[in-house]
Design a protein around this ligand. Structure first.
Ligand SMILES: [Zn+2]
Length: 333
């Protein structure tokens, strides 16, 4: 034991011969955010990606929150696609990370004339910064107006066919099963932290015991039907409700959204648990940060440290935050 100059023994005496040496290399580990909507965030939010070592990201242009009009028409979605193309390069030049793109047709609201989008989507798939399609996937309940399951199947299947044709991965929006211990907020106001008029949420078109899981099962069935291989699917919003299905019954990647645990209950502990049970090969993490939600750009960086505290090896952390997303989305890290 090293001699100490203190008047009486301190904690230091008990820790100086301690074998534990926190890996400072994790402080500088680059990471990739494989699903966010950074084009909708502020300059300072995007700066936080740089400051926390985010080296690359997939900016997803698929959402109904940002369309100007409801109900939504194909032109509204085209605007979202063009907007992200318009911003991408200037974002890279300002913030130094590599920003790649994903285009998708979300099923969170019906689109009046989706065929017009699919006719154009083929061309968007050829654009150089495009690395994925999505996010999309069967949604149990829509905003403003319902969209039937048959129509949703067609919308998801057509995008999967395009992904197969262009050899691109597709990002699935898998519905979260929200934790049971959610607070009850003031009636009629909506969910604080989520800038969405929840009064406009429609009755579900998919019901049953576990519609959130059933939606994912339907997505995988559609992929199998249209010939998209499961290893081209990145199932975003992995959670305890769907992770066993995804990692034991499919070949998909499971990507954990860490940016808003107050809504989903999903944290680094779920990622550590999945790595422990299934290994790191098909696990990814993402912030899914967007302007409509209280989301945390630093959540993946924080998880890098938290995963180590939870007992995950440094190599496995690197694989989950950097090498897996790099391989899946064609970054060169
Ligand atoms: Zn998203």
């Amino acid at each position: 034991m090293t001699r100490q100059p203190t008047r009486r023994p301190t904690d230091e005496v008990h820790l100086t011969d301690d074998e534990f040496s926190p890996p400072s290399s994790l402080l500088n580990l680059p990471w990739i955010d494989c699903h966010n909507h950074a084009q909708t965030l502020s300059w300072e939010d995007r700066e936080r990606y740089s400051l926390t070592g985010c080296q690359g990201m997939v900016m997803v242009a698929s959402g109904y929150h940002w369309t100007p009009y409801k109900p939504v028409e194909a032109e509204d979605i085209r605007f979202l696609w063009d907007d992200v193309i318009n911003r991408r390069r200037t974002i890279e030049r300002n913030h130094f990370f590599e920003a790649r793109l994903a285009f998708g047709v979300h099923t969170g609201v019906p689109i009046a004339n989706p065929d017009d989008l699919f006719a154009a989507m083929d061309e968007y798939c050829r654009a150089e910064p495009v690395v994925a399609l999505g996010e999309t996937g069967i949604t149990p309940a829509q905003h403003v107006q319902s969209w039937g399951l048959d129509e949703q199947r067609t919308v998801v299947g057509t995008q999967m066919e395009l992904a197969a044709d262009h050899d691109l991965p597709i990002i699935l929006h898998t519905p979260n099963k929200r934790p049971a211990d959610q607070p009850t907020y003031r009636a009629g106001v909506g969910t604080p932290g989520y800038e969405k008029n929840t009064n406009l949420t429609q009755d579900p078109v998919l019901t049953g015991e576990n519609p959130a899981l059933e939606a994912v099962r339907m997505d995988i069935d559609i992929a199998d039907e249209v010939g998209l291989t499961e290893d081209q699917i990145v199932a975003s919003h992995a959670d305890p409700n769907n992770v066993d299905f995804l990692l034991s019954e499919t070949e998909c990647y499971a990507s954990f959204t860490l940016g808003y645990p107050w809504l989903t209950g999903v944290t680094a502990a779920d990622v550590a648990d999945a790595i422990d049970r299934y290994g790191p090969d098909r696990i990814l993490v993402e912030t899914d940060c967007a302007n409509v939600l209280r989301t945390d750009v630093r959540s993946v960086k924080r998880a890098i440290l938290e995963l180590y505290r939870l007992g995950v090896d440094e190599d496995d952390i690197r694989q989950v935050v950097l090498t897996n997303p790099s391989a899946v989305f064609g970054f060169d890290y």
